[in-house]
Design a protein around this ligand. Structure first.
Ligand code: ADP
Length: 879
């Protein structure tokens, strides 16, 4: 009863000071879960607690009351909070961290014994602003992306603050999705009022996206008078950069993380691949999510996290400049041709720490002695690599370009080597990371502390002797410091006033004491220890400052090492799987001999079967291949392997083929008939048509388009009609290279009229009543569809197959007499001409009728008009 009364009073009196502090902090970050530091825990309250408890599957408890209701609460230990943070961020939450800004002792000193410890939000953690090793995927880049619009143009700013990469790009509104898909952003921010903002975008104040403010900020950030040295940036790009910087500033509570000078990503420099194409080709992510099963997952032989990240970026943005591609290929060839050199390089790289991310943490102010150790080791290894790679005679241009970035850190490496112990710890609280011999004063302090500890050990022996208690021990804990501990039954002898011992604490079974000698020695150890810790901390700060003075060059070293890893990895892949160097042609051809699909090939081989290689020969004269043949015959595989070969070649990789020559692909499109994509939930046929429309609107003579069963998502007649019209448009209007797989056998008739179109099929054979799929491409149309044989192969009951056979016989008889599904299509005028004629055909009779104002006509005029109209009608018939 009494407690109830008390609680009610508390409720009336408003929140407790602590709750008031909590609520004020929470108000400043309304869209974040607030981690509120209390001692060894981060606590969450109210709705935050409910959400976090559900996501983390931890207990939801209650604490005190607010407005007469118990306050829901849950907490995570501070020392292991990163793991919980990671799960919350993955689940899509944003987390603000409120830490104590003073110790309880400091608070008491400041405002008396009941003082509340000061707390402040030190950081806002979101998916796009992570730097912690435990929160990041070592093999993926982590992009924070901002989009802004000025005068109809779109600017995109992207930063991966874990490595400082910072790019700016422009995009046509129609290409925005493709650009966002390329970056696969961890977090996207847009200004208030941005049209068509994706659902998961963070909306930020419009004023943050100021191009003028951004320009000023960038200039001061990089200490330059003009940004021209970094490239020419559009207003929209700068506006996007402004939004990005403002967001980062808020997340870091005023501190900006590591950003390298911005680089311009020019869309024309890269093969355009839209989101639907990326998804259907599974370039970096498999259909089920994750790398496994994707092209990247299949071919990634890189040995460093930075290499894996760069390879993913390369595959996401293949190049369009022949010179740049050849430069990458030359470097791959260097390592492909020489297995020993490749092995040496890969062994050296494998031992290499991720210096890019260590640097990111150091700049973000979350660096530890271990990060400095990683820099030291990484830079040392880079220097060794420089020595061995410099011996290569007639090096390819890209190597010559990379080599200087591997050295030049001698002074820093030496400095760090002298200053740090061999494996510095992450935790600085215990010290011990500065090496002996680096600072004589520090060594002295350590010696003093060591001597004290030795003396204390000596005291233990002496006390045992003087008291005769052999079980006496000297122990240490955080509350009492050094103390003497004896079992309770021996305690009496030490309790007397003249024993020389002072009682400190009685516990079950043991009693603890202090003694003047011990006190003195302990004091010596503690003081020397504290001074030593402070000295180490000062050195740490200075070392970090020294390292960061050179941060741009350090980042360049990390980039160069990643490029070497990618080249060696692609060489390894080429050597392992018998890939060849593609040749780049100056005209839009696509000649692949013995091409293979790396992912399907691996799956087929795992089942103990052989993958059948196939040729593809597209040229300006033969741009469009129609591929028919039975289901499961290998049509999709063939289409996709060619798209993948284009991606690999332009990313600077060897390709899975016996030989390949291709003209640069400016845009790559891949579409799969709707019924393969049922998982998406939207009207699949609608999606298919929207995506197909995008191809017809965008593909150029230099594009490569693969269309797999387009039109399948609707009724037979509609589907055939659409497929027919799409093939015509691709052939006549877009004039791009195109592979078109279809089960509409009727489309083969187009070959008679479209001269750059040719027919191909995947071979199959019926053998002793069973269907054998040969997965081999051959010229000409398929002789039949084998649908029933496939049905049988798939295990349809034999009665059903027999019934289907008789139905088919009837249908085919009907087809013979009517001319089939495509009857009459041959006579159809080309659709484009048809449409044009519709538009041009004037109708004078209708115009004359529309011009009549009946009420104004006299009887005489009306009669004249009838004669005139009749004449017009006669003329129209004659024409
Ligand atoms: P379709 O598109 O004609 O229905 P797919 O391309 O999906 O056929 O191929 C079906 C299966 O056939 C694949 O999953 C694979 O196991 C096998 N396959 C396809 N192409 C080949 C090939 N070239 N060599 C060996 N097996 C293949």
């Amino acid at each position: 009863m009494a407690t109830q009364v008390k609680k009610k009073r508390a409720a009336k009196a408003g929140p407790t000071p602590m709750m008031a502090q909590y609520l004020a902090l929470k108000e400043s970050v309304p869209d974040c879960l607030l981690f509120y530091r209390m001692g060894d825990f981060f606590e969450l309250f109210f709705d935050d607690a409910r959400q976090a408890a559900a996501t983390l599957d931890i207990a939801l408890t209650a604490r005190g009351e607010h407005d007469g209701e118990p306050i829901p609460m849950c907490g995570v230990p501070a020392h292991s909070h990163e793991a919980y943070l990671a799960r919350l961020i993955k689940a899509g939450h944003r987390v603000a961290i409120a830490d104590q800004t003073e110790t309880p002792e400091q608070a008491k000193k400041r405002a008396g014994s009941k003082a509340l410890v000061g707390r402040a939000i030190i950081r806002v953690v979101t998916a796009g602003t992570l730097t912690e090793e435990t929160l990041l995927d070592a093999k993926s880049e982590n992009w924070l992306v901002a989009v802004a619009e000025t005068g109809g143009a779109l600017g995109i700013a992207a930063a991966d603050i874990s490595t400082g990469r910072f790019t700016l790009a422009m995009a046509e509104p129609a290409m925005l999705d493709a650009e966002l898909a390329r970056l696969s952003a961890a977090e996207l921010i847009v200004p208030e009022g941005f049209a068509n903002a994706p659902d998961d975008a963070q909306i930020c104040p419009k004023t943050d996206f100021s191009s003028i403010g951004a320009e000023k900020l960038l200039k001061s950030l990089f200490g330059v008078a003009t940004l021209d040295g970094f490239g020419e940036f559009d207003r929209a790009e700068l506006a996007a950069a402004g939004g990005l910087l403002a967001y980062l500033e808020t997340a870091g509570q005023g501190d900006l993380p590591f950003l390298q000078p911005p680089r311009r990503h020019r869309t024309g420099d890269h093969m355009l691949i839209d989101a639907a194409t990326r998804e259907s080709l599974e370039l970096t992510q498999a259909a089920g999510g994750g790398r496994k099963g994707s092209l990247l997952g299949c071919i990634d032989q890189s040995v460093t996290g930075a290499g894996a990240r760069l390879l993913a970026a390369d595959l996401s943005a293949p190049l369009t400049s022949t010179a740049a591609i050849e430069a990458r290929l030359d470097l791959v060839q260097l390592f492909e041709a020489d297995a020993a050199r490749r092995d040496d390089l890969r062994a050296a790289l494998k031992a290499l720490p991720d210096i890019g991310r260590a640097l990111g943490r150091l700049v973000a102010g979350r660096g530890t002695p271990r990060d400095l150790g990683l820099l030291r080791d990484g830079l040392g290894a880079a220097r060794d690599l420089h020595t061995s790679l410099s011996r290569i005679e007639a090096p390819p241009a890209l190597l010559t370009e990379l080599l200087p970035a591997l050295t030049g850190h001698g002074a820093l490496t030496d400095h760090l080597s002298r200053a740090l112990v061999p494996s510095p710890p992450i935790d600085i609280a215990k010290g011990g990371y500065i090496a002996e011999g680096y600072d004589a004063a520090l060594d002295d302090l350590r010696e003093t502390a060591g001597a004290g500890r030795k003396a204390i050990a000596g005291l233990e022996a002496r006390y045992r002797e003087t008291t005769g208690i052999s079980s006496l021990k000297i122990k240490h804990n955080n509350v009492l410091g050094y103390h003497i501990e004896v079992p309770s039954r021996h305690a009496d002898a030490l309790m007397s006033a003249d024993s020389g011992f002072t009682h400190r604490q009685t516990l079950a079974g043991v009693v603890r004491f202090n003694a003047p000698d011990l006190h003195d020695e302990a004091q010596r150890v503690m003081q020397a220890g504290a001074h030593a810790l402070a000295a180490e901390a000062a050195h740490l700060e200075e070392l970090i400052e020294t390292a960061l003075a050179d941060k741009d060059r350090l980042a360049a070293t990390a980039d160069a090492l990643a490029r070497l890893d990618v080249a060696a990895a692609l060489a390894e892949q080429a050597a392992l799987c018998g890939w060849t160097r593609p040749r780049l042609a100056g005209h839009p051809c696509f000649q692949v001999e013995g091409g293979r699909h790396p992912v399907v090939e691996r799956a087929v081989e795992q089942q103990g079967e052989r993958f059948v290689a196939n040729d593809c020969r597209l040229s300006p004269e033969e741009r469009l291949w129609i591929v028919t043949g039975p289901n499961m015959g290998g049509k999709s595989t063939f289409l996709r392997q060619n798209a993948l070969i284009a991606v690999l070649a332009q990313a600077g990789s060897y390709v899975p083929a016996a030989a390949a020559e291709l003209g640069i692909v400016d845009k790559l499109f891949s579409r799969v008939g709707a019924s393969d994509n049922l998982a998406r939930g939207r009207s699949t046929f609608m999606v298919e048509m929207v995506e197909t429309a995008a191809i017809l609107a965008q593909a150029t003579e230099n594009s490569l388009v693969i269309l797999d069963e387009v039109g399948r998502g609707t009724s037979t007649y509609d589907g055939l009609a659409i497929a027919w019209a799409v093939v015509e448009a691709v052939h006549d209007v877009n004039r791009c290279r195109c592979l078109f797989a279809t089960h509409y056998h009727e489309l083969t008739r187009l070959a008679e009229r479209l001269d750059a179109l040719s027919l191909h099929h995947v071979r199959a054979r019926e053998w002793k009543g069973d269907l054998v799929l040969l997965h081999e491409l051959a010229e000409g149309p398929a002789d039949r569809s084998y649908g029933l044989a496939v049905a049988k192969l798939a295990g349809l009951p034999s009665e059903t197959v027999a019934r289907a056979k008789s139905v088919l016989a009837k249908l085919e008889a009907g087809r013979a007499s009517t001319g089939g599904l495509a009857a009459g299509l041959d006579d159809l005028p080309l659709f484009s001409a048809d449409v044009a004629q519709e538009e041009d055909r004037a109708d004078p009779l209708r115009e004359a009728l529309e011009a009549i104002h009946a009420d104004d006509l006299s009887p005489r005029e009306a009669l004249d008009l009838v004669y005139r109209l009749k004449r017009l009608a006669d003329e129209g018939d004659a024409a």
